[in-house]
Design a protein around this ligand. Structure first.
Ligand code: ADP
Length: 474
């Protein structure tokens, strides 16, 4: 099968968060299973061209957009075996993937460019897989069955209605404004979201981000498929970003000492690099996140201070598009520096992220909502136990040590229900207590966590089943 994906992000060349990892992991697994994948992506000024192979200009064409003739160059390239079609136009000469005054128009233009290329019939393909509001307009622009994945319903692509786009009224909300995701949900033949729990949550008033009517009317075509993580990109046994490798593929009592030794060595190396003291029996808690309200930055801050107060160590790797949050965490960094028990690293750094997953004992994710969340799965794979708020995909992947709801051998972390300080304290303090006072139990949780298979291998079958249905329709 030949699957065309249209996406605003692709790891490792254009990553903001989980969406980039998902398109990368799914594409790689489809390739491994013998399918063909082509990804359309804007040729952002920030693309790391060193990671591309065979980059060449294929074609130049002009499109009339909002009364202006715009020249576009279509490039082809490959990235780790994935065929890419890169749309080069003046709009994408930005360093940032999202944001800016013309964000909606920029991505609508991206869709129109893809439409033009596909209509040239340069590629023959079977299925069109779209991602989020940024590519939703293609559900209408391309007259071929499409699958739309909602990675986060909160981001919908809203603006004033623009008649020059010539979109149908399904793209218009009750207030008469443009809503690209709404139109996509109504027009796509099939819609997926990134975990079974999130597929249910978005049907409720609170979870539907004001799209409840649309979601409920289209509920029969919405499927929740849990995301995976790429088993090669996230593998502590061969991860090129780690100074010390340890294999978690066959976790057992026998392999545990090597795993622990590998983690300790990575911890020592990372803490030394960051200028912090290495204390073998001190728990290291971490968080890696975009610091936006969804991720509960105030609770992360609370957990940092609380962990340090309890003589633990904390690492936060984050970045924020919100200036006040960025500033608040820069200030927190100064405070952490004093005790030397914590670091707040406000930057985007893939390599450092891998090192933190490997070095940590515990990983905090106190999200208000979480469509899937990849960080808990990565942490588990690296032998790091998650402390997570029960919501969305976190509820589908993290199971509390003390819950009676699921068998003991399936439990893999620490959870809490309410996203408040009490909730965090309840889970964090239990986690620290297990680490210090019940090391045997902590070790068996690590083993149970590492034995989960979160790879794309198992998830891809669900996408292939939906692709096949779409093929029959066309
Ligand atoms: P979201 O997509 O909402 O940001 P996910 O948990 O689905 O959250 O995915 C987050 C991805 O982004 C993970 O691969 C995580 O390691 C990565 N990430 C988040 N912040 C940073 C950062 N500051 N530096 C490096 N990687 C980051």
């Amino acid at each position: 099968m030949h699957i065309v994906q249209a996406t605003p992000e692709l790891t490792p060349i254009a990553k903001v968060g989980g969406l980039g990892d998902v398109v990368y992991g799914l594409s790689k697994e489809l390739l491994r299973q013998g399918h063909t994948v082509s990804c359309f992506l804007p040729k952002y000024a920030s693309l790391d061209l060193r990671l591309l192979k065979n980059l060449k200009s294929l074609k130049q064409f002009t499109l009339n957009h909002s009364g202006k003739e715009i020249t576009i160059t279509l490039f082809s390239a490959t990235c780790e075996g994935i065929d890419l079609f890169l749309i080069d136009a003046p709009q994408f000469q930005t360093q940032e993937i999202y944001g800016g005054d013309n964000e909606i128009d920029r991505f609508f233009f991206f869709c129109k460019s893809i439409q033009h290329v596909l209509e040239l019939k340069l590629i023959s393909y079977d299925v069109l897989h779209l991602h989020d509001w940024t590519t939703s307009a293609l559900t209408y622009l391309i007259k071929k069955p499409s699958l739309l994945t909602i990675h986060n319903l909160r981001y919908q692509g809203k603006s004033d209605w623009n008649p020059s786009y010539s979109l149908p009224l399904s793209f218009c909300d009750d207030a008469g404004d443009l809503n690209l995701l709404k139109g996509g949900i109504e027009t796509a033949d099939c819609v997926t979201t990134v975990s079974p729990s999130y597929a249910k949550e978005i049907q409720s008033i609170d979870g539907s981000c004001e799209l409840q009517t649309t979601i409920l009317q289209n509920a029969s075509k919405i499927h929740g498929i849990l995301n995976g993580i790429d088993a090669h990109f996230w593998d502590p046994g061969s991860d090129p970003h780690l100074p010390f490798h340890y294999n978690t593929s066959h976790p057992s009592k026998k392999t545990l000492p090597q795993i622990k030794e590998g983690k300790q060595k990575n911890k020592q190396a990372l803490l030394t690099k960051l200028g912090m003291a290495y204390q073998p029996n001190t728990p290291l808690v971490s968080t890696i996140a975009r610091l936006v309200p969804q991720k509960s930055p105030q609770l992360i801050k609370h957990a940092i201070l609380s962990t340090i107060k309890q003589k633990g160590q904390f690492l936060l790797l984050g970045s924020s598009p919100i200036r006040e949050i960025e500033q608040e965490f820069q200030d927190l960094q100064k405070e952490c520096q004093k005790s030397n028990q914590g670091r707040v690293l406000m930057l985007n750094d893939e390599s450092l992220a891998h090192q933190i997953y490997a070095a940590s004992d515990l990983f905090l994710i106190p999200s208000l909502f979480e469509p899937c969340g990849l960080t808990q799965m990565i942490a588990l794979k690296y032998g790091t136990l998650p402390i997570a708020r029960i919501t969305g995909g976190l509820a589908d992947t993290v199971f509390d040590v003390d819950t009676a709801k699921i068998p003991e051998e399936k439990r893999n972390g620490f959870t809490f229900d309410f996203p408040d300080e009490e909730g965090v304290n309840w889970a964090l303090n239990r986690a620290l207590n297990y680490y210090t006072n019940e090391p045997e139990k902590f070790s068996s949780l690590m083993l149970q966590g590492m034995s989960y298979d979160f790879s794309w291998k198992t998830r891809t079958a669900s996408y292939l089943a939906l692709y096949s249905k779409l093929c029959k329709k066309s």
